[in-house]
Design a protein around this ligand. Structure first.
Ligand SMILES: CC(C)(COP(=O)(O)OP(=O)(O)OC[C@H]1O[C@@H](n2cnc3c(N)ncnc32)[C@H](O)[C@@H]1OP(=O)(O)O)[C@@H](O)C(=O)NCCC(=O)NCCS
Length: 347
């Protein structure tokens, strides 16, 4: 899956975009053309209006852009963003939509995660959206992404219009520097810092050299899947909570750790992914790194580390058990495998 960004109408595949919005466009016929009785004619008229707005309105405004999540051939989800006048790095979102046949399959979440990660590469930002008070799907969706209610009723930051039937929802990323855990404190041996898009080639090399892991936890890594991992978040968390860390030695990436401090409870740190470079394995380096991390996290006041391994992966199970992780008794199914949840107390 790939996030596409369009800043000019001519770059957009308009018919493909209209496929995605087809259901909404059909629903909009009575609103825009109340006299129209022919559905196909009505649809064409709504699409013509949509095109006119994008070509001669939306894309004429500096900074406006459309984002689309493409799943190979299909365009699954889309959203458009406008910069809010006189507010630094603040964006107003409109026309969020997932194609009806693809809803509740995580496409909308992927679109928003990749979008937020991409905006975060430029520093702190704010994203606002207005959502109908009766649009339960969209309200639940925004809440699951960490948006909160900022206005009731909503007020458009673009033209000031108040809509009594909508809520203004907001997402704020405070910037990587504003995070609560300083990565530099996590290891004495390695230089630790957050990974960015620019680190993907090094990350891919490290991951691709560990085929056993991906045999149990497919698919095999790619630049696209790793970008999605850098952006991925558990429900109701934002990028403020995310630490996808690289451990560097002599300038080379030696290990990576995807960490969410305070998840699922404030005193717990969740580790989503840990991998050591292959040529460093088998020398006690992974265990030493884990032990140093646990001491550093305990010193920061956390009480436990929680993680999961794929049932049947002997390397993972052996490694985590050896490092003091105990099965909690909870396991869950993903489409392809079972994840066993385990925890290590830090006290
Ligand atoms: C809102 C919308 C974009 C969500 O897109 P989506 O691709 O279906 O969302 P996802 O599958 O990524 O859902 C992510 C999470 O959002 C929440 N969510 C999404 N749809 C939901 C629904 N119908 N009911 C309850 N929760 C929902 C869930 O927590 C979901 O996670 P889960 O499936 O693991 O429980 C989609 O419903 C849509 O296009 N609606 C019509 C247009 C619209 O209302 N746009 C918003 C205008 S403000």
């Amino acid at each position: 899956m790939k996030l596409l960004r369009f800043e000019r109408f001519d770059d957009l595949d308009f018919p493909k975009l209209m496929e995605l919005y087809r259901e909404s466009n059909l629903e909009n016929i009575p609103y825009f053309f109340p006299e129209e009785t022919d559905r196909q004619r009505g649809l064409r008229a709504v699409e013509a209006g949509f095109r006119d707005y994008l070509e001669h309105g939306f894309f004429e405004e500096p900074g406006n852009r459309y984002y689309v999540l493409s799943d190979g051939e299909r365009w699954a989800s889309a959203i458009r963003l406008s910069p809010i006048p006189e507010r630094e790095r603040a964006w107003y979102a409109e026309a969020l939509e997932t194609a009806p046949t693809l809803r509740r399959q995580g496409y909308g979440r992927k679109l928003m995660e990749l979008l937020c990660f991409s905006l975060a590469q430029g520093g702190p930002f704010e994203l606002t959206d207005s959502v109908g008070k009766r649009n339960t799907a969209s309200l639940a969706f925004h809440e699951s992404l960490g948006f909160t209610v900022w206005q009731d009723p909503s007020r458009s930051p673009l033209d000031g219009e108040i809509n009594q039937r909508s809520l203004g929802l907001g997402y704020r990323f405070k910037g990587w520097e504003a995070q609560t855990v300083d990565p530099a404190l996590l290891s004495k041996r390695y230089k630790v810092r957050r990974l960015t898009e620019e680190d993907i080639p090094a990350l891919l090399a490290l991951c691709a050299d560990n085929p056993l892991y991906y045999r149990y936890c497919p698919p095999a890594p790619s630049a696209e899947s790793l970008l999605a991992d850098l952006a991925a978040l558990p429900p109701r968390r934002t990028l403020n909570d995310k630490y996808y860390l690289g451990f560097f030695e002599g300038g080379r990436l030696a290990a990576v750790l995807d960490m969410i401090p305070g998840f699922p409870k404030p005193e717990i740190v969740f580790w989503g992914f840990f991998m050591l470079r292959r040529d460093l394995q088998g020398q006690g380096r992974g265990s030493a790194l884990v032990s140093g991390l646990c001491s550093a996290l305990a010193a920061l006041g956390f009480r436990a580390v929680r993680l999961g391994w794929v049932r049947g992966n002997p390397q993972a199970e052996h490694f985590w058990k050896k490092n003091g992780f105990r099965e909690t008794g909870v396991s869950y199914e993903t489409g392809n495998y079972t994840v066993v949840v385990a925890q290590r107390e830090l006290a």
